[in-house]
Design a protein around this ligand. Structure first.
Ligand code: SF4
Ligand code: SF4
Length: 144
């Protein structure tokens, strides 16, 4: 009998720190600037990345101090909740909090950390760095 993967048998709250961290697929979509429509609360993603993001590796260059350095950096609640609607729909934390499973391209499922890039999910090759005076509205790429 095959043992169930940890994300199928534990809630987000029950996971160890290592399990929690391994859930991140490295897509870096959460590191794109977003705009919220005033009337509807709908969130739009731009292709403009946070200044701390390494665009090639899709990794934060100061992960430990990210919340001190960037006040808008999203804190993911362990039990789902308020902030998760700011995360992209492919985000592993959001998927599990909404009772869904991880997709085939997730590195924990594929066993390959590059699968998130190969599947075209990550922001590699599509994000641009933030420049002074940029008009974020002209960089909207999708609603989420
Ligand atoms: S969107 Fe979610 S899975 Fe993707 S990098 Fe951000 S935290 Fe990780
Ligand atoms: S501070 Fe780091 S983790 Fe937070 S949005 Fe910027 S690059 Fe992403």
């Amino acid at each position: 009998m095959t043992e169930l993967a940890f994300w199928k048998k534990k809630s987000l709250k029950e996971m160890s720190e290592q399990e929690w961290e391994s859930l991140c697929d490295g897509c870096a979509r959460c590191c794109l600037h977003k705009l919220e429509e005033h009337d509807t609360g709908k969130i739009f993603y731009t292709n403009v990345a946070c200044h701390l993001l390494d665009l090639k590796n899709c990794r934060c260059t100061d992960y430990v101090h990210r919340h001190q350095r960037v006040t808008q950096c999203i804190r993911i609640p362990v039990d789902g909740g308020a902030n998760l609607h700011w995360m992209p729909s492919n985000c592993a934390y959001r998927l599990l909090a909404e009772g869904r499973d991880l997709p085939d391209w997730h590195p924990l499922v594929s066993g390959d950390p590059r699968s998130v890039h190969k599947a075209g999910i990550s922001i590699r090759y599509m994000a641009v760095p933030k420049r002074a005076g940029m008009d974020l509205e002209s960089h909207v790429v999708s609603g989420d």
